[in-house]
Design a protein around this ligand. Structure first.
Ligand code: TRP
Length: 337
């Protein structure tokens, strides 16, 4: 068993990650590896609730895996695997379903939101709702509990799912008089809300205001130039604290660099073009090396495959004792009792 507590992160492969994902989820998760043992996985079967094109699924899995690797995830020090490579997760998901009241699933946020939308539209309540969406939280419970996660860093929208995992773990443990399933703590990354997109609203794919990771220089520059600013002229002093160019800059810069740019804002004589250029150059600097690594991996996907295969092997080895104990407890393992 690992000595450090375990921090577990599930990554749904649903498109190219953007700066908001990086600042809100990827960077904080990678920084946790000093105090925690990191368990990272690509939640491809969760993505199957919305991605129904095989080629697209494959591409997104590889892209997201390459992104995390390029940004510094060390697959040797941490566990890094693809969910669908671990059959034990699905086995456990079924078992946990047998300890989950159906009413719980009815209260899951994503499902409830769909039902409410159907009601609003005058449709049948369960119209266009797949069983994948309905049982989504059960699969997540298994993701978390199979590896004995101590903490699960998540955005606010996923907190309820971690609470479900705690609940079902308790039910299971109580029934069998065991502590084989550990109760995980959700850790909320508050910062996700404050990362502004091009238009100043929260950066989010659904608003179409994102800056994707690893854009080629020219495209990155174009995107940065699209960030909305006010109509102040070059000479006017400007307020860094209400400017999303500055906000983004400060999220990547050292405190000294931020202080220097803030001073330039306040003294006047600096136009928006110059501020945007400062941000662009900073992003080039921060992501130059990871972008090169990303391109390398994407040009040599067998390297990604080898890393994920090896990760899955190690993950299955690590999960095996807990799964064996669970089978013994529920009594389906008649052989080693
Ligand atoms: N549902 C999560 C999301 O949409 C992804 C995920 C799947 C996950 N399994 C997990 C997150 C387990 C944390 C723990 O982002």
């Amino acid at each position: 068993m690992a000595e450090k507590p375990i921090s577990l992160t599930g990554i749904k492969p649903t498109g190219m990650p953007h700066l908001g994902n990086y600042l809100g989820a990827i960077r904080p998760a990678l920084r946790k590896t000093e105090q925690y043992r990191g368990v990272y996985f690509i939640a491809d079967y969760h993505a199957l609730t919305t991605v129904f094109d095989g080629a697209q699924m494959r591409d997104q899995i590889e892209r997201v895996a390459a992104t995390w690797l390029a940004l510094g995830l060390d697959p040797e020090k941490n566990l890094f695997y693809k969910q669908s490579d671990i059959p034990e997760i699905f086995e456990l998901s079924w078992i946990l379903g047998c300890f989950t009241p159906k009413g719980f699933m009815n209260r899951a946020h994503a499902y409830k939101a769909k039902v409410a939308a159907n009601q609003e539209a005058g449709e049948e309540l369960d119209a266009n709702i797949g069983m994948g969406l309905y049982t989504y939280p059960l699969l997540m419970d298994a993701d978390i509990l199979l590896f004995g996660a101590d903490i699960v860093p998540v955005g606010k929208d996923q907190k309820q799912h971690v609470e479900f995992a705690r609940d079902v773990a308790q039910r299971f443990d109580q029934n069998y008089g065991t502590d084989v399933l550990k109760l995980p703590e959700p850790v909320i990354e508050e910062s996700t809300d404050v990362i502004p997109g091009l238009d100043g609203r929260k950066m989010s794919k659904s608003y179409g205001n994102t800056i994707e990771l690893f854009l080629p220089s020219k495209q990155l520059k174009k995107k940065v130039n699209k960030i909305v600013t006010n109509s102040q002229g070059v000479e006017e002093p400007k307020d860094p604290d209400t400017c999303q160019v500055f906000k983004l800059f400060s999220l990547f810069a050292t405190p000294e660099e931020s202080a220097a740019l803030a001073a330039r804002y306040r003294e006047g004589g600096m136009g928006w073009g110059e501020a945007k250029n400062a941000l662009y150059e900073l992003l080039e600097r921060v992501f130059d090396e990871p972008r090169r690594r990303f391109e390398e991996l994407m040009a040599n996907r067998s390297e990604i495959h080898a890393i994920l295969r090896r990760g899955a092997e190690r993950a299955r080895d690590e999960a095996a004792p807990r799964m064996a104990e669970i089978r013994r407890l529920v009594g389906t393992d008649i052989y080693s009792a």
